[in-house]
Design a protein around this ligand. Structure first.
Ligand SMILES: Nc1ncnc2c1ncn2[C@@H]1O[C@H](COP(=O)(O)OP(=O)(O)O)[C@@H](O)[C@H]1O
Ligand SMILES: [Mg+2]
Length: 235
């Protein structure tokens, strides 16, 4: 297997504050890679930098064999690197279906053709498709945020805290959808504070602390690592 996404020596931040220091991460094709770490560790900054939404100050990002370090966000989306941002940003006044259409537009006609299939995969969105997105529950909005990204048929899906703030039953549903999407062959970079659930699903995982990768290994290795258990698994 070769890495679909390879990040080396990445530095990024805001103003004169550097948040990410020399970060190295690899996402193998068809696998799920988890990034866990405390609030403020730099997880969102990492995904935003990879999506071209926070400038990279140093380092290199290779995606599908090409150097994409300097590409703008829309070009990254066109190539299949798609972020589902933290906080499920969507267009609250527009209906569920219109939200899917706006996202699908980024992928042209094939994107629009995917909408019926997506509504089949997410029955709750099918039921709610004529309602304003802003009227959905938190869990439903998260499903819509994921469905929007899937309308673009991503090669690599970057998920920022998809289970945040959701009731346990919905967390189960979100994780089931993520597992199903990996089973379909989509490569996934999953950022989660729910380390237990993320590591259980991960082929490979990284622990980010204060903008540095301090541990990496298989999901199973990190799930039983003494330091991870103590700091993130309430052991
Ligand atoms: N827009 C911003 N401007 C300035 N500092 C920010 C901004 N966003 C995040 N930060 C800072 O960057 C650090 C990492 O934040 P973030 O990437 O959101 O971490 P995480 O997602 O792991 O909680 C924090 O110290 C945070 O305060
Ligand atoms: Mg975050």
């Amino acid at each position: 297997m070769s890495a679909l996404l390879s990040v080396t020596g990445l530095r990024a931040g805001y103003g004169n504050v550097e948040v990410l220091h020399d970060v190295n991460v690899e996402l193998e094709e068809g696998t799920l890679c988890a990034i866990v770490g405390a609030n403020g560790a730099g997880k969102t900054t990492l995904l935003m930098a990879l999506a071209g939404l926070v400038p990279k100050r140093a380092g290199r990002v290779i995606f599908d064999g090409n150097d994409v370090t300097r590409l703008p966000s829309h070009e990254l989306v066109r190539r299949g690197l798609v972020l589902v941002p933290e906080g499920r940003r969507m267009l609250p006044q527009m209906t569920v279906e219109e939200n899917l259409q706006v996202a699908a537009a980024a992928a042209g006609a094939p994107g629009f053709a995917r909408i019926p299939g997506l509504l089949d995969r997410f029955p709750i969105l099918q039921q709610r498709r004529a309602l304003p997105a802003g009227s959905l529950s938190g869990g439903e909005q998260q499903l819509l945020a994921i469905a929007r990204a899937l309308a673009i048929a991503p090669r690599a899906l970057l998920l920022d805290e998809p289970s945040m703030g959701l009731a346990p039953k919905l967390v189960d549903e979100i994780f089931a959808i993520i597992a199903a999407e990996r089973a379909r062959g989509t490569s996934i970079l999953l950022v989660e504070q729910n380390a237990r659930r993320a590591l259980a699903l991960a082929d490979r995982a990284y622990v980010l602390e204060r903008g540095r990768v301090v541990l990496s290994g298989t999901g199973a290795e990190l799930a039983t690592h003494r330091d991870v258990v103590a700091a993130y698994l309430g052991g």
